[in-house]
Design a binder for this molecule. Structure first.
Ligand SMILES: Nc1nc2c(c(=O)[nH]1)N[C@H]1C(S)=C(S)[C@@H](COP(=O)(O)OP(=O)(O)OC[C@H]3O[C@@H](n4cnc5c(=O)[nH]c(N)nc54)[C@H](O)[C@@H]3O)O[C@H]1N2
Ligand SMILES: Nc1nc2c(c(=O)[nH]1)N[C@H]1C(S)=C(S)[C@@H](COP(=O)(O)OP(=O)(O)OC[C@H]3O[C@@H](n4cnc5c(=O)[nH]c(N)nc54)[C@H](O)[C@@H]3O)O[C@H]1N2
Ligand code: SF4
Ligand SMILES: [Mo]
Length: 897
């Protein structure tokens, strides 16, 4: 692989989370080297485990390399023609609302702008929605209600400058690792700084928490209403600020008072009174407070109200617009913000304008010279897929997202796509659960191959730059969409030849008939008018900058609302009267547990990129369900056994992890696994398609389920150089190791003869050795070729199987030694071999839990730093530090040195 320019480090932005870290990429004799960009203001050189493994995702294996129509390779011309014709014909026959785009917070602003313009200005429907509906739409709606615009008040420095950081419904340590590290470093240097975590689970984020409120699922609005009431009683409000800059206080306060005082709040939140009291007192006495919130708030049927209950306490205390304070909705995807800026949600129009104002519609129509401007909001994601299912929408183009995995009620979503007349999917990857439903597949250029901009959580616009030539015939999304638009008859409005041209148009629209200073009548917060005149060279060299960037703030804007003026008609912020509600569907005797879902440390969403990287797949290699110990007992679930989870909508299988991090009555399952990596492991098949009435965001965190032990006829694992298609398994989870694939499997049907089954799966003409214990139902086999290990199979009637670590290490060898061969089928390493490292904790240096525990015990290590000095674990990206500390806590006092 050869960089486009290897004479100097190329700078770009990480394509994963909304922290938006800068990266610098170089090439030397050893290959492509990628490090954190020391100059980028989001990360100052830091990267997390995912970011630091980016270079390992660049190989072309698994990529979609050519356009495919009905599974057959075609030319771009043919494929684009087919898409344009398909959409045009359906629009002509059934009207523009019979088609839809479903796009993503992972495409670049330029891609997003073009897709939105085509649907809303030219096709004439607002049926373009995005996976941000599942992610940030709640925060968008709450910001608009409170501030009159979707504008994030704070910047990253505020987190470091705060004296109290409240983290609500966010597993910051795993989902925004570099920001978490900035916070952890600030707390270390200022130990008086306090951190409170509000989350039903004990997460890695609790590592630095002074207080963890393990709140009952969905109860957050009671907590924040209770806080508002408490602040009033304690005379801790900024009443003169409220007087001058806020409206709606009286009704918001009345609603809050209904929640009652601390004992009542504690009861409904399921948290000890003392903890609620402690939190309220901390909040009351600490002026510099930042409240971070994320999917534990947003993904809820009352998410908008919850977010406003949080914003209310900041407005009532005047803690906004000043250093070290403010409500902070952190964004998930790298360009969640960019999508909001172009107006890519179905209820937005463009550049912070929506359909509520006829003048805005005329303004956008004039600017685009649009023949068919949409005048009504389109369908939000969940409704859009229901309309696809009912046949109301007949053609859909999916760009940069994997809805067959990530939307609620995912089995229905998949069925809807299978039945839809025309499904076009643009992706970088050939085989995903969604590409499996497509009629036409368009190969998109991936990260490192395309140029454009993204906006991070603190409104900072950064460049993603092309580092490498595109794989195969892949093309950037903006190009693909523009080509289709041209073929639909809109040649002039979509004659784009480069992203800089699109960016300039987008910047111009943001400033079009907008007054740079909103205090003198400008209405739109999003204004980057000052960037409209960038030359191509200036765009190429664009440095990270925070919007607004206009004639009033040509260098960008670090913090909003410093002067207490908001984007509402009278300039005042609005407090909202919130009547708290619990999750829409409650548990009952059939479905007695609450299913909570979310992220793990080293995987990104549906794993299309992170799943390719061995060191990111070692920390968690199987879908799992975390269950609290008494619940495990009650439902007869065994740690390490398999379980079936069932809701009213679907079911799945997962490995049981018994853990006291979990609240009784609540279970947690990662959102990541899907058919491309597992069998029967899509958690969204279970999630109810219930949404917030204002934002349309699904309640992905609180689905009632039951969990029962799953006892298959046999279980086993296969380690193999190739990825295998295994016959007759009811459960399978594949993960990539260094030089091999790991398959954890289970099945209902015992094959007549294991040898045939095994050799049918690994159909290489190798040399086979086998061991069978018919009485115990155990079978083991290995395939070798010229002394090199090709595959091992371990099959048993239950989960009692040997550790995989030593066996996997044998794939690193060209020839097995006699002692290794002798121990192979008993999984017994020769004396002195590194055998069982345990589950990998440190992804950067591949250090396992058992190695760490062992070093703590034998060498008397007493701190994270000591573990780092001894094993290197935790010394690179730092993502594993919370886990190392927990291992230390567990083994404290066991030292035998
Ligand atoms: N490693 C990794 N990082 C990522 C991503 C990834 O896929 N992998 N994805 C990115 C994206 S797109 C997003 S949106 C962000 C999401 O980032 P986060 O929102 O931090 O991640 P989640 O794990 O979805 O959920 C956060 C927490 O909400 C808690 N929660 C559940 N119910 C409740 C409740 O009722 N109240 C409260 N207070 N908490 C609750 C969960 O237990 C969970 O710990 O992460 C981004 N970063
Ligand atoms: N149960 C449950 N469900 C959830 C969530 C949850 O917490 N719980 N979280 C929700 C949230 S917050 C989010 S953001 C979604 C995420 O869910 P998705 O968006 O469905 O997940 P990804 O795996 O990120 O999908 C991105 C796809 O785009 C492809 N891709 C990458 N780069 C490009 C590009 O440049 N161009 C194109 N055309 N394709 C590209 C990738 O290969 C991949 O197939 O999941 C949501 N679903
Ligand atoms: S925190 Fe990690 S995933 Fe997020 S942008 Fe930075 S390096 Fe990428
Ligand atoms: Mo997200």
């Amino acid at each position: 692989m050869q960089l486009l320019d290897s004479s100097q480090p190329l700078r770009s932005t990480c394509p994963y989370c909304g922290v938006g870290c800068g990266v610098a990429v170089n090439q030397d004799a050893a290959g492509i080297q990628l490090v954190g960009d020391p100059w980028h203001p989001a990360n100052f050189g830091r990267l997390c485990s995912k970011g630091s493994a980016l270079a390992e995702t660049l190989e072309h294996d698994g990529r979609l390399l050519h356009p495919l129509v009905d599974g057959q390779r075609t030319s771009w011309d043919e494929a684009l023609e087919r898409v344009a014709d398909g959409f045009s014909q359906i629009v002509a026959a059934y009207g523009p609302d019979a088609v839809a785009f479903y796009v993503s917070g992972q495409i670049l602003t330029e891609d997003y702008y073009v897709a939105n313009k085509l649907m809303k200005g030219f096709i004439g429907s607002a049926n373009i929605d995005t996976n941000s509906r599942l992610c940030m739409s709640t925060a968008v709606a709450a910001h608009k209600r409170a501030f009159g615009a979707d504008a994030v008040p704070v910047c990253y420095e505020d987190i470091e400058q705060a004296d109290l950081v409240v983290i609500v419904g966010s597993n910051y340590a795993w989902a925004h690792p570099v920001l978490y590290q900035r916070l952890a470093a600030a707390k270390k240097s200022r130990p008086d700084m306090q951190v409170v975590v509000v989350d039903p689970r004990r997460t890695a984020t609790c590592d630095i928490a002074d207080l963890h409120l393990a709140i009952a699922p969905g109860a957050d609005a009671y907590l924040f209403n209770g806080l508002l009431h408490h602040l009033r009683r304690e005379d801790a409000l900024a009443l003169s600020y409220v007087e001058q800059h806020v409206e709606g206080f009286a009704t918001a306060f009345e609603a809050a008072r209904a929640v009652g005082s601390i004992p009542k709040v504690a009861q409904v939140c399921g948290v000890p009174e003392s903890q609620v009291g402690e939190f309220f007192r901390m909040f009351a006495r600490t002026e510099r407070t930042v409240t971070i919130f994320s999917q534990g708030i947003n993904q809820s049927s009352s998410g908008v109200d919850k977010a406003n209950a949080i914003i209310n306490v900041h407005l009532a205390t005047g803690r906004i617009g000043k250093p070290g304070m403010g409500p902070f909705s952190v964004t998930g995807q790298p360009n969640a913000m960019g999508g909001r800026e172009v107006g890519g949600l179905a209820n937005q129009l463009a550049a912070h304008m929506d359909f509520s104002d006829a003048e805005n519609i005329e303004l956008v129509k004039r600017f685009w010279n649009a023949p068919n401007i949409a005048r009504q909001p389109g369908l939000k994601a969940v409704d859009m897929f229901q309309a696809i299912g009912s046949g109301r929408i007949k053609a859909v183009w999916i760009i940069g997202t994997n809805p067959a995995v990530s939307l609620p009620d995912a089995d229905k979503v998949r069925a809807a796509l299978m039945a839809c007349e025309l499904v076009v999917v643009s992706d970088c990857v050939r085989h995903t659960d969604t590409t499996a439903c497509a009629d036409i597949l368009l190969p998109a250029a991936g990260w490192g191959e395309k140029d454009g901009t993204v906006t991070n959580s603190e409104r900072r616009i950064s460049r993603q730059r092309a580092l490498l030539p595109a794989a195969g015939e892949a093309r950037p999304d903006w190009w693909i969409i523009s080509q289709v638009a041209q073929r639909m008859g809109y040649a002039e409005a979509f004659d784009y030849t480069k992203p800089a041209q699109i960016f300039r148009e987008h910047a111009r629209l943001s400033g079009f008939e907008n007054v740079p200073d909103f205090r003198s009548g400008g209405q739109r917060a999003f204004d980057i008018g000052a960037l409209a005149a960038l030359s191509d060279a200036e765009y190429e060299a664009l440095q990270p900058v925070q919007w607004p960037v206009n004639s009033a703030s040509p260098q960008g804007t670090q913090r909003l609302f410093a002067d207490g003026q908001f984007y509402t008609p009278n300039g005042k912020a609005r407090m909202i009267a919130v009547a708290p509600r619990l999750p829409a569907v409650v548990t009952d005797s059939d479905f007695p547990l609450v299913l909570n879902t979310g992220r793990i440390r080293d995987q990104w969403h549906t794993m299309t990129r992170t799943g390719k990287v061995p060191r990111l797949s070692a920390h968690s290699y199987e879908p799992y369900v975390q269950v609290q110990a008494e619940d495990a007992q009650r439902y007869r679930l065994q740690d390490g056994g398999l379980a079936r989870l069932t809701s009213r909508h679907g079911s799945m299988l997962a490995r049981v992890q018994v853990s006291d991090d979990q609240r009784p009555g609540s279970v947690f399952v990662p959102m990541h696994w899907n058919d491309a990596f597992a069998k029967a492991a899509r958690v969204d098949a279970l999630v109810a398609p219930i949404t917030d009435p204002i934002s349309g965001q699904p309640e992905s965190k609180h689905t009632p389920v039951r969990v029962a032990p799953y006892r298959p006829a046999w279980q086993g694992f296969v380690l193999s150089r190739k990825r295998l298609e295994l016959p007759d398994t009811s459960y399978c989870a594949c993960s990539r190791g260094t030089g091999y694939w790991r398959h954890e499997i289970a099945g209902e049907m015992l094959p007549g003869e294991w040898r045939d089954w095994v050799q049918g799966a690994e159909n290489d003409a190798g040399e086979w050795i086998e061991y069978r214990d018919a009485a115990m139902g155990r079978y083991r086999a290995a395939c070798l070729q010229d002394g090199r290990l090709e595959a091992v199979f371990f099959l048993a009637p239950d989960q009692r199987l040997p550790e995989r670590e030593w066996l996997s290490s044998l794939f690193g060898q060209a020839i097995l030694q006699p002692a290794e061969l002798a121990g192979l089928l008993s999984a017994r390493p020769p004396l002195g071999a590194v055998s069982d490292t345990g589950r990998i904790v440190c992804a950067c240096f591949s250090v396992g839990a058992k190695t760490i525990a062992n070093a703590i015990q034998t060498q008397g290590l007493g701190s994270v730093e000591a573990v780092g000095a001894c094993l290197k674990a935790g010394t690179n990206c730092g993502s594993c530090v919370p886990e190392i500390r927990r291992i230390l806590e567990k083994h404290a006092g066991e030292q035998c040195a």
